[in-house]
Ligand binder design. Structure first.
Ligand code: UN1
Length: 496
């Protein structure tokens, strides 16, 4: 009998009104059932929005430092339960336990960082042009926030959105990814225990085509924050554009690591293995392109193929396993279809390119770490996000060509360069078109207190993480106090 999970609406755990559920299974082991989750509809969403709307008036009046204390308490509870949360997350999503511990830790870091923001939430004071007049800008909550989160970071990404939204005084409805609702239900229990009042935080489980669509069209949702594919992001932006809903989008990536001839090749190898095969390539920040200067190309490819072939695949709860399964059968088929596309395009398969079904792995969705060489920028495997353990290798003449190839992408989330030449490193920082540039580190591994997001088709200009996320979850109000006791006309009564 698998465990039954519920929605969390107006401070109560409730089944979907229709009574429908969807069952989830462990992607490493189809025999392991995680639970049955509500397959909610617009009706459930409407109830959650009504609860969030009602709770908003009182929540926005709670002083921000006190709202933040609830988030701090949630962080403390997450820290106490880190191991249980992480183990459940590995069962639910597949990535290895060291990484799910990292994912939970990212949520804890966000909690404590955002708890501190409750005593900052800085606005601006500035001189004004007229005498005896004061000017400042303050932040106000937006209202009801709708959050749609992905499965690859089942705890970290929900916390990136939920905690700042709450600290800023919004009320929240979250629709977790259909593959990973259990982790978000755990977050819900934690927020309940931390004392977040009824209706302030709500969970509605279900599909994008039902709950997601309903969120998108709901007039009482004032801001929508989404992390996921560019295709879905485009649709959200279109509909949001019509209703003038504020929309924050964190979309795809096609991140590249450059290795120049002067780099520490062993270090670069460790970086690319982690960037390309960590999380089985299922990060927005994953390294899916490796750009090598020609003089070190053959050596580096050999090192890479030898090392990637040795990575241990299996159930992520085994501490010695380095690469878990893909999240679903469908995801594995997509990855494999890209491998076939790469072959047809004329790229050379240097490693992998097939399902991995040895021993117990036959019960899951495993895929061998894959390396393509001889990739050129116009190929689809060079341009499209694959979201799997597939790395495309490019050979270039010099640093300048390397940066050109890196920038030849419709995406711009993360980037990386390995070099010992400080001048080239700074040139890369200046010229790489991406929201993140790592020097002598892989493309993955952003920290929570720096802005996170990308340029081009990676998003719509917003940033999560750090204080910049408050530009998503607050409205600015400019305030003028004229204490001159007379009418002073701006731009007119100004004496130069
Ligand atoms: C994502 O893949 O959407 O920078 C988030 C990283 C992690 C977050 C990734 N801290 O790789």
């Amino acid at each position: 009998m698998s465990h039954h999970f519920n929605n969390y609406i107006a401070g109560e755990w409730r089944a979907a009104k229709s009574g429908q559920t969807v069952e989830n299974r462990n992607p490493a082991d189809a025999d392991d059932a995680i639970g049955a989750f509500p397959d909610s509809s617009a009706e459930d969403l409407n109830e959650a929005v009504a609860a969030a709307r009602e709770a908003f008036e009182a929540w926005r009046k709670v002083p921000a430092p006190l709202r933040a204390l609830k988030v701090q308490r949630a962080g403390e509870l997450m820290r106490e339960r880190k191991e249980d949360i992480s183990r459940q997350m590995t069962r639910e999503m597949g990535k290895v336990i060291a990484e799910t511990r990292g994912d939970t830790q990212e949520g804890i870091d966000t909690a404590f960082y955002m708890a501190g923001e409750g005593r900052r939430l800085f606005g601006v004071t500035t001189p004004v042009e007229l005498p005896n007049k004061f000017g400042m800008a303050v932040r106000r909550p937006v209202g009801v926030a709708g959050l749609i989160t992905p499965w690859n970071f089942p705890m970290a990404i929900p916390t990136w959105k939920v905690f700042p939204a709450l600290v800023a005084g919004n009320t929240v409805i979250i629709k977790p990814a259909t593959y990973t609702p259990a982790t978000v239900c755990e977050l819900g229990s934690i927020l309940e225990e931390a004392g977040v009042p009824s209706g302030v935080f709500n969970i509605v489980c279900g599909r994008g085509s039902t709950v997601g669509e309903a969120m998108l069209h709901h007039n009482e949702i004032n801001v929508l924050s989404f992390t996921g594919s560019s295709a879905v992001g485009r649709r959200i932006n279109e509909v949001g554009g019509k209703t003038l809903k504020r929309v924050s989008l964190e979309l795809g990536g096609k991140n590249a690591q450059i290795v120049l001839a002067d780099a520490d090749l062993d270090l670069a190898l460790e970086g690319v293995l982690w960037g390309a095969y960590g999380t089985t390539g299922q990060r927005c920040t994953a390294t899916s392109r490796l750009i090598l200067e020609e003089t070190i190309h053959d050596r580096m490819v050999q090192m890479l193929v030898d090392a990637a072939a040795k990575l241990k695949l299996g159930n992520g709860l085994d501490e010695s396993v380095q690469v878990g399964p893909l999240v679903s059968a469908e995801q594995r088929e997509t990855v494999h279809s890209y491998v076939e596309i790469g072959r047809e395009e004329g790229a050379e398969l240097a490693l992998g390119g097939e399902y991995y079904e040895e021993g117990d792995c036959a019960r899951g969705y495993f895929y061998r770490p894959t390396v393509f060489v001889g990739v050129t920028p116009t190929m689809r495997i060079a341009q499209e996000e694959i979201f799997g353990p597939v790395l495309s290798v490019f050979k270039v003449k010099d640093a300048e060509e390397a940066m050109r190839v890196l920038n030849d992408s419709s995406y711009g989330l993360s980037s990386s360069i390995y070099t010992r030449d400080v001048n080239l490193a700074f040139k890369a920082i200046e010229d790489l078109d991406a929201g993140i540039t790592y020097v002598n580190g892989p493309t993955i591994g952003a920290e929570v207190h720096l802005p996170f997001g990308g340029v081009k088709d990676t998003g719509n200009g917003h940033r999560e993480g750090s204080f910049t996320v408050f530009d998503v979850f607050t409205e600015w109000k400019s305030v003028y106090v004229d204490y001159s006791g007379r009418l002073q006309r701006a731009q007119i009564d100004v004496e130069e």
